[in-house]
Design a binder for this molecule. Structure first.
Ligand code: ATP
Ligand code: MG
Length: 240
């Protein structure tokens, strides 16, 4: 990393437990400005727990989470999001009784540097499907459309980092492809992202750094080429 690298997220030495189960084991993880990070690993390895520990949804027993240099360990998800971190969790969190338009507009705000790059209009340009369903209630949307709405809502907050946990899970291939296209647009717009996804091929097409977790520890960290050209790594850590 160059001296000018701006660390947006810096998690250091995290140990996170659920009851007596020790999930994250002295885990460190960073996100610099401009990075697109693929976070991978088999089921149950701790990917979502890492994201929740960063967001303040789960409190690590030890270790630190710094967001843009501020100590945020164990602070509320609301406070973390105010520092420019947008989080799209597994499953979908939209307001079913509000329309697509309302869901998007209520999320609107300027980013941490006052940036308003992602406006309502730009989000709709990015998601043509949502434009066709502006007045539908959230509960009337298909799974893929709900996922797009969740990502659209996150973009409306003009984040510095967008965290996507299994955004393509359970979606038809065409819709999943649409989500990947949008991930590319997000990267081009300069937003850093952390992408958790089972499809390592898609992940490595878009990521510039990849982290693989095994039992709550970093087992691999490296560029996409290194991972793509190394079947032994894929087999060992992802079981593909
Ligand atoms: N709320 C919880 N209470 C107790 N154990 C949990 C809880 N959430 C997750 N776990 C356990 O913690 C471990 C890590 O789970 P986590 O959800 O972080 O994995 P993951 O890498 O995101 O997996 P997946 O790919 O299946 O989403 C798993 O063994 C899981 O069963
Ligand atoms: Mg998970």
């Amino acid at each position: 990393m160059s001296p000018s690298t701006e660390l947006l997220i810096q998690a250091q030495g995290l140990n996170t437990y659920y009851g007596a189960s020790h999930i994250l084991r002295d885990l460190s993880f960073t996100v610099a400005r401009g990075e697109t990070i693929g976070l991978m690993g088999r089921n149950g390895m701790g990917k979502s727990t890492l994201l929740k520990s960063i967001m303040g949804l789960v409190k690590p027993r030890s270790g630190q989470v710094n967001i843009t240099g501020r100590a945020m360990t164990g602070r509320s998800p609301y406070e973390v999001s105010r520092l420019g971190i947008a989080y799209v969790p597994e499953g979908r969190g939209i307001f079913g009784n509000l329309s697509v338009r309302e869901n998007l507009q209520m999320a609107a705000r300027a980013g941490t540097r006052g940036q308003r790059d992602w406006t309502y209009e730009r989000v709709l340009e990015t998601f043509p499907r949502l434009t066709e369903r502006l007045h539908h209630g959230g509960q009337q949307l298909s799974g893929g459309e709900q996922q797009m709405l969740t990502i659209g809502r996150a973009l409306m907050t003009n984040p510095d980092v967008l965290i996507l946990d299994e955004a393509t899970e359970g979606l038809a291939p065409l819709i999943a492809r649409e989500i990947w296209r949008i991930c590319g647009l997000i990267r081009e717009s300069g937003i850093s992202s952390v992408i958790v996804d089972k499809n390592w091929k898609h992940v490595t097409q878009i990521s510039n750094r990849n982290v693989i977790l095994v039992k709550g520890q970093v087992a691999f960290e490296g560029g996409s080429e290194q991972l793509r050209t190394n079947p032994a790594l894929l087999d060992q850590y992802l079981g593909v």
